[in-house]
Design a protein around this ligand. Structure first.
Ligand code: NAD
Length: 443
């Protein structure tokens, strides 16, 4: 996979590592809590707490050795009251219907909080593409589209890449869709390569989006960004671009972390005078892994993986994985930390979240902070539908204004109603979707 493909690969991630964890139950519990706060009435509550439509199907694929293998595929449309469903397609050997349901639901709230006219969807195939040849993967992609070709489309449901799917898979899917429907429909799918319908700025979008919201949070608190320090978990697509823009705005990132594929454990890389993003990117592989010995040569301190969380910094930015701030480590957060900007999806476990809330740390919740990715995918769809592509500056300017407006709306509600930021974001999203359903006369 190329770096850009990796950048495009997920609008939302998965919770597939921990087999005891059911993301759908988590998503429904979050929903129920806020539905209670806003007193959501019966039918609307029932409608929004589960997907409206699900497609489960089998995909027979002719393998290179002449045999046929049957794969299981899904597409879940959680809600499309505000516009066509939007969400990635994931290839994963542990894909489950409940994971797809949860991710589709979170996409609905993410699109609603940034106020883009899209609903929430998600798809997947139970498979491990690492064990499939390119030709087999192509047949699998085409097979997935054949099963749902009449239930997805630019005006119905717009897929995108996710874990282990890339721009190349998106083009095969587009090609199959266009062959079935007889025409060119570039707005059917996003995450296409630049030059083949992809959008400039998508690579930067999620990380930059995190920092646009952070910049606004600091402004509201009267804190000069140039006087702040940050510690970041991860150094992949989201973390690299977040670190870059934060540094350009004058902030000092003092630590980043990554997974070391050789040692099979994470490390934190610290430079108290501030990391140099270009220098670090120069010794980072396409999976976001930093070369440890080269980092030492560049005078970075190499600390254990969890150290990023314990740094005396003003800002923490988890931008690696889900379930990273837990009840077991939340107390290690330094008293200096004022802001938690969640770049990753679901980095904070619900019980740790309670501790963060009590400590008064200001949270920019995941589905708001990392919505830059799907916002830019929406821009890709708009550009594709009109067959006219914008300059990168224009894309980023539009992204900034969307993210800034979304942040301001959430923080204003949180202030006015004395709500935790995460709850305020949910209140806005759920209300917007509920209102759309009511206006359509569904409930
Ligand atoms: P990536 O694969 O490009 O990078 C992940 C980074 O995390 C790598 O540097 C990796 O080494 C590091 N990492 C992995 N395990 C770690 C561990 N245990 N400790 C410390 N570091 C570890 O992924 P990404 O695209 O940057 O995504 C990061 C997070 O942001 C994910 O939760 C993803 O779902 C979410 N997200 C991404 C996008 C996007 O557009 N890329 C959009 C929305 C949300």
């Amino acid at each position: 996979m190329r770096r850009n493909d990796l950048a495009n690969k997920n609008e939302e991630d998965g919770m597939m590592g921990d087999k005891t964890y059911n993301p759908y139950e988590h998503a429904q519990a979050q929903f129920d809590r806020v539905a209670e706060i806003i007193g959501l009435e019966g039918a609307t509550r029932e409608l929004l707490r589960q997907p409206m439509r699900e497609y489960h199907f089998l995909i027979p694929v002719k393998m290179d050795n002449g045999s046929t293998q049957v794969f299981r595929g899904f597409r879940v449309q959680h809600n499309d009251a505000r516009g066509p469903a939007k969400g990635g397609i994931r290839f994963h050997p542990h894909e489950t219907a409940d994971t797809v349901r949860a991710l589709a639901m979170w996409m609905t709230w993410k699109c609603a909080v940034v106020d883009i006219p899209l609903g929430g969807g998600k798809g997947g195939i139970v498979c491990d593409p690492r064990n499939l040849s390119d030709n087999e993967q192509e047949r699998l992609c085409r097979g997935w589209v054949r099963q749902v070709a009449r239930n997805v489309g630019p005006n119905l449901d717009v897929p995108a890449p996710d874990v282990m799917t890339t721009s190349r898979h998106m083009l095969w899917m587009l090609d199959e869709y266009e062959a079935i429907h007889g025409g060119r429909f570039p707005g059917f799918i996003t995450g296409k390569p630049v030059g083949m319908g992809g959008s400039l700025g998508r690579t930067e979008a999620t990380g930059y989006g995190v920092v646009y919201t952070l910049r606004e949070a600091l402004k509201e608190k009267g804190i000069n960004i140039a006087a702040t320090t940050a510690s970041i978990q991860g150094f992949g697509n989201v973390a690299q671009y977040a670190a870059r823009l934060y540094s350009e705005l004058g902030g000092k990132a003092i630590a980043v972390s990554c997974w070391d594929h050789v040692d099979r454990k994470p490390y934190t890389f610290r430079k108290k005078d501030g990391i140099n993003v270009d220098e670090l990117c120069g010794i980072t592989d396409m999976y976001g892994g930093i070369d440890k010995s080269k980092a030492q040569d560049l005078r970075y301190e190499v600390l254990e993986g969890g150290a990023w969380l314990e740094q005396a910094a003003d800002i923490l930015m988890p931008a690696a994985l889900e379930n990273q701030i837990t009840i077991a480590n939340v107390e290690k957060i330094s008293p200096q930390v004022r802001i938690l900007a969640e770049g990753a999806n679901g980095p904070t476990a619900p019980d740790a979240d309670e501790v963060i809330k009590k400590r008064g740390i200001f949270v920019i919740p995941d589905f708001l902070a990392n919505a830059g990715g799907v916002t830019c995918s929406y821009f890709e769809q708009v550009q594709s539908n009109s067959n006219y592509f914008w300059e990168k500056d224009e894309v980023l300017e539009k992204l900034d204004s969307k993210m800034t407006a979304a942040f301001k709306a959430v923080s204003e509600l949180a202030r006015q109603s004395s709500l935790y930021m995460r709850d305020a974001a949910y209140v806005i999203s759920i209300n917007r979707v509920a209102q759309a359903a009511r206006m359509r006369g569904w409930v």
